[in-house]
Each structure stands twice: as structure tokens, then as C-alpha cells.
Write a protein that binds this ligand. Structure first.
Ligand SMILES: N[C@@H](CCC(=O)N[C@@H](CS)C(=O)NCC(=O)O)C(=O)O
Length: 194
């Protein structure tokens, strides 16, 4: 399978999840401006939506959307999901919050919003991070092991760092913990982030 990514974009979460799963996979960088992949393919032929992440499965099917891809990875590699009858539902609940509330809140930061829009975005991001920090159940969101939701949250915290947001202390510690994981270091090096 192959993950299509752009360095430090939300696709980093899926990229890390595959590395943490310990599965063999390929990765290919996409130029989001030209919509060309590193090997020169028109990315829109792979994902007509034109954005990352896209995960090409071994049977040729292409999965898009972070929530769907991360849910699929957790279903294939249960150590990256949550156990129990409500596990999958709780995981999707967390992924949806990160995607539709937190990820979306960053939009004014990269689309050069007005000063007021940026201030509102900063406040919304910090409120949502505060909410998540209060829900932590251990070193990771749901206990002592990371799930795919932690990888997505980690990317949001890297963005917060890039925009110099002063995140709750527990999340700053979590971000450093994530950065020190072997799989995370491998992927960050491959994406040219360290
Ligand atoms: N709804 C998509 C959004 C993905 C998304 O926002 N991708 C960004 C990078 S973080 C992107 O590729 N933007 C480039 C573009 O839209 O042209 C998802 O949740 O996967």
C-alpha cells in the first residue's frame, strides 16, 4: 500500500500510524500546488479531491479522509485502536472532534486570515486543546498506549508549535513524548521534518 503525503500536513498522522503498525508500505510526496506526485503522476487521478492524505490499498482501492483512513488502519491493526464494545465508537468520536473541530480551526492560520480571524482561531484551538487535555487517561489520550487518535492530535500540536501557541502543559509533554517515539522519528525524518 502507499500513503500520499505532504510534509507536516495532516497526512503525517496516517503516515505515522502505518509506521507504528509495523506494516510494509510505500510513501510518496505530493506537491499540493501543482498536484503532481514525486514520480510525476497527476495526483487528481489518484484522489480527485486533490488533497492529502490518500491511501492506495494493495487491491488498488484508494481511501481518502483522515477519519476513514485512521479508522481503517486501527481496524487492521487493533493495537492502534481501542478495545471493547464501545472502542471503535469512542475512537471515531475522538477522530471526528480532532478533524471537524480542531483541524478545521487552523484554517485562518494558513489561509492568511485577518488579525481578528487569527485571534478567534487561536482562541478556538486553545479551547479545544484544553478540552482534550482534560480527557487524557494516561500518557496517551486513552491510556498507556497510543491509538490513531494520538497521531492525529500530535500533528495538531506540531501545527500549534509552528504558530507559537502556548498549549496546555500536559499536551506539551505529550508532544515531546510523541516526538521521541522511534516510529515517529523515522517518519519525521522521511518527511524532512527533523
Ligand atoms: N477532509 C480532508 C481534509 C484534508 C486536508 O485538509 N488536507 C490538506 C493538508 S492538511 C491538503 O491537502 N490541502 C491541500 C488542498 O486542499 O489543496 C480530511 O479530513 O482528510
Amino acid at each position: 500500500m502507499k500513503i500520499y503525503y505532504f510534509p507536516m500536513a495532516c497526512s503525517l498522522a496516517d503516515h505515522i500510524a502505518l509506521q507504528e503498525a509495523g506494516v510494509e508500505f510505500e510513501s510518496e510526496r505530493v506537491d499540493l500546488g501543482t498536484k503532481l506526485t514525486a514520480s510525476g503522476r497527476n495526483f487528481r487521478e489518484i484522489n480527485a479531491k486533490g488533497y492529502v492524505p490518500a491511501l492506495e490499498l494493495d487491491n488498488g482501492e484508494v481511501l481518502t479522509e483522515n477519519i476513514a483512513i485512521l479508522d481503517w488502519i486501527a481496524s487492521q491493526f487493533p493495537k492502534l485502536g481501542l478495545p471493547g464494545e464501545m472502542g471503535r465508537t469512542r475512537l471515531i468520536e475522538a477522530l471526528t472532534y480532532i478533524s471537524t473541530e480542531l483541524h478545521r480551526s487552523f484554517k485562518p492560520m494558513w489561509s492568511s486570515g485577518s488579525e481578528q480571524e487569527m485571534a478567534e482561531a487561536r482562541a478556538a484551538i486553545l479551547m479545544r486543546l484544553e478540552f482534550l487535555s482534560e480527557k487524557f487517561r494516561g500518557d496517551y489520550m486513552f491510556g498507556e498506549n497510543p491509538s490513531v487518535a494520538d497521531f492525529y492530535l500530535f500533528v495538531m500540536l506540531l501545527w500549534a508549535e509552528r504558530y507559537m501557541l502556548d498549549v496546555p502543559k500536559q499536551l506539551a509533554i505529550f508532544r515531546e513524548r510523541m516526538k521521541s517515539r522511534a516510529a515517529v522519528r523515522v517518519v519525521m525524518a522521511l518527511e524532512g521534518l527533523i
